[in-house]
Design a protein around this ligand. Structure first.
Ligand code: SAM
Length: 301
């Protein structure tokens, strides 16, 4: 099925069960659980992701966690340039082998969470927005997404494989059990779209969860108006104690710089917005959180 790709390069497509097994055996390595290594063995998933992200030779792509290079190889063929950040230095000889003919790929051997993403974007794409593509290590999905999203102007789209349950949380709305700080944070920065659902059979070794490829298209300006840091402090405090009423949660748990909130202040702001004094944070939409943050921030003056 992937013969058309194999005619473009002397190297066979890596994202198949047999090619992956052969690479692991040749280098005498195993997938490392502590780094969340589940290698993709279904090239169609990678092709769908590349298509959804609209990656062309004009693009400079950041790949997080290239692993043995399964996705990198196909990204290299589609993009102008690919910059990978990989934490597991034991994969150095593997990638030197599997990506030997990919001369538009640069690999940085470091932790993505300790990487200066703005400097990376500046160095490799002259400060223009890059696209992100990754089969993310599931143990650090949320911090990685938050780091990527909060770098305004650095990434125009983020197309990533995540645990299905995380994708459900990201896309959920008020009054559902999945809804929370992650849903609101992602929806503030980007429009999330499902690219495809992926079963465990698409990976080696098989994870014990289902997965989803999500494409997050970054907004040029956020869909709501608010002081971003104040808004996020409010959202965090609301969901840290999600079973409490908002007035309770915020009067006990909100702190932004030197600012705290009294129950009276929150109750008044809720009333001004026509919301019940006993409402919980999980019932508020992003727009309502933004309105509340504007109301409370203006009370500061
Ligand atoms: N892209 C490969 C694929 O699809 O077959 C591998 C994906 S595997 C799910 C996740 C990759 O992320 C692994 O290569 C792992 O070593 C790497 N990784 C884990 N934590 C990382 C971190 N903090 N920074 C950079 N890479 C990391």
């Amino acid at each position: 099925m992937y013969d058309h790709l194999n005619t473009l390069s002397p190297r066979p497509v890596l994202a198949t069960p047999s090619a992956t097994r052969a690479v692991l055996e040749r280098h005498g390595i195993h997938a490392r659980k502590k780094y969340g290594q589940n290698f993709l063995i279904d090239a169609s998933v990678i092709e769908e992701s590349i298509e959804a992200a609209g990656i062309t030779k004009e693009d400079c792509v950041l790949e997080i966690g290239p692993g043995i290079g399964s996705m990198t190889q196909l990204l290299s063929r589609a993009a102008g340039r690919v910059v990978c950040v990989e934490i597991d230095t034991s994969l150095e000889p593997v990638l030197a082998d599997t990506l030997a003919d990919c001369d538009n790929v640069t690999i940085l051997w470091q932790d993505i969470l300790k990487t200066d993403l703005r400097a990376l974007c500046e160095e490799y794409n002259g400060g223009r927005p890059m696209k992100v593509a990754a089969n993310l290590p599931y143990y650090v999905t949320t911090p990685i997404l938050m780091e990527l999203l909060s770098q305004k102007g650095c990434f125009s789209s983020i197309t990533v494989m995540v645990q299905k349950e995380v994708a459900d949380r990201i896309r959920s709305g008020p009054d559902t059990k999945e809804y929370g700080a992650l849903s609101l944070a992602v929806q503030y920065y980007a429009k999330p779209e499902i690219v495809t659902q992926v079963g465990a059979h698409a990976f080696f070794p098989r994870p014990n969860v289902d997965s989803t490829v999500l494409c997050l298209r970054a907004y040029e300006t956020p869909p709501v108006e608010a002081d971003e840091r104040f808004l996020f402090a409010l959202i965090r405090a609301a969901f840290n104690q999600r079973r409490k009423t908002l007035a309770n949660a915020l009067s006990h748990g909100f702190r932004y710089e030197d600012r705290t909130l009294t129950r009276e202040e929150v109750t008044q702001a809720l009333r001004a917005l026509g919301l019940s004094e006993t409402i919980r944070g999980e019932a508020l939409s992003l727009e309502q959180f933004a309105a509340l943050s504007r109301e409370l921030a203006s009370g500061q003056a």
